[in-house]
Design a protein around this ligand. Structure first.
Ligand SMILES: NC(=O)c1ccc[n+]([C@@H]2O[C@H](COP(=O)([O-])OP(=O)(O)OC[C@H]3O[C@@H](n4cnc5c(N)ncnc54)[C@H](OP(=O)(O)O)[C@@H]3O)[C@@H](O)[C@H]2O)c1
Length: 247
């Protein structure tokens, strides 16, 4: 049986663990060849590659710091050259630097904006040069773009809110080329960044309607839908996968 993404090539930033790994595995299961980036943890990234290969898919892991725009663009170009095309870009890698306003540094500001805002911009710019009609750009934002329920989120929230504007502007601009651009905003999702058994988990669960964290695969399911044929008429949209956190 033919899979939805057979013949497609996907690049997932921060695909070595957490949500990005679930996205990489899901897109591969749907038939895409997948390149994933990681920053430090090569062992985990290689494990995702092996899991995809064991299931009969094709994947590579590339160490690229999303804060380095030159390296990121080079990685996009290399993936498109080595795989022969690029159909799907998932801008997932994220910086999660929290703290009281008075204590946040300019270095933390720059790092947050570099990884969460500049990297999706430059990777989209590079990817769009390679994409044909049917291309997909999917940004991973956060429920923190819409609801500020805890103090300390100034940098993270501002960076994720920027993705709403980027997604809409690129959706408008790339629409005539039949490339869609969408934003998936996860809510609390059980990863090392935000473990479901962490100290604030009970309070966080209380903000959701469903009363519990998402699994990374829940977010990956929405990404896979947008990446597939079913997503062809959805662009510039924000899809909340947040258990009702932002209701
Ligand atoms: N978990 C949640 O509750 C939640 C909620 C809303 C939104 N999000 C968003 O979802 C995305 C993924 O979060 P997650 O929870 O899956 O995070 P995670 O478990 O911490 O995994 C992060 C992944 O991104 C990679 N990464 C981090 N910084 C990078 C950089 N500068 N360059 C390249 N790769 C980098 C990491 O690589 P290494 O393994 O090499 O370190 C890792 O593969 C982020 O954008 C986050 O803001 C998460």
């Amino acid at each position: 049986m033919e899979n939805t993404l057979d013949g497609k090539v996907a690049l997932v930033t921060g695909g070595g663990r957490g949500i990005g790994a679930a996205v990489a595995l899901r897109l591969a299961r749907e038939g895409a060849a997948v390149a994933l980036t990681f920053q430090r943890d090569e062992v985990r990234a290689d494990q995702v590659v092996r899991d995809i290969a064991a299931a009969g898919g094709r994947a590579v892991a590339v160490r690229v710091d999303s804060a380095d725009p030159i390296a990121l663009v080079a990685a996009v170009d290399r993936v498109a050259a080595e795989f022969g095309r690029l159909d799907i870009l998932v801008n997932n890698a994220g910086a999660f630097l929290l703290g009281p306003l008075e204590e946040l540094s300019l270095a933390q500001f720059d790092q947050t904006v570099a990884v969460n805002v500049r990297a999706p911009f430059v990777a989209s710019q590079a990817a769009a040069r390679h994409m044909a009609a049917g291309g997909r750009i999917i940004n991973i934002g956060s429920n923190a773009a819409e609801r500020a329920v805890f103090p300390g989120f100034a940098l993270y929230s501002l960076s994720k809110t920027a993705l709403i504007g980027l997604t809409k502007a690129l959706g408008r601009e790339l629409g005539p080329r039949a490339i869609t651009v969408n934003l998936v905003n996860p809510g609390p999702t059980d990863t090392e960044l935000n473990p479901a058994d962490g100290p604030n988990a009970a309070v966080i669960n209380g903000f959701t309607a469903l009363g519990h964290y998402a699994e990374p695969a829940d977010v990956a399911a929405a990404v896979a839908f947008l990446a597939g044929g079913g997503g062809r008429y959805i662009t510039g949209a924000t899809v909340n996968v947040d258990g009702g956190f932002t209701i």
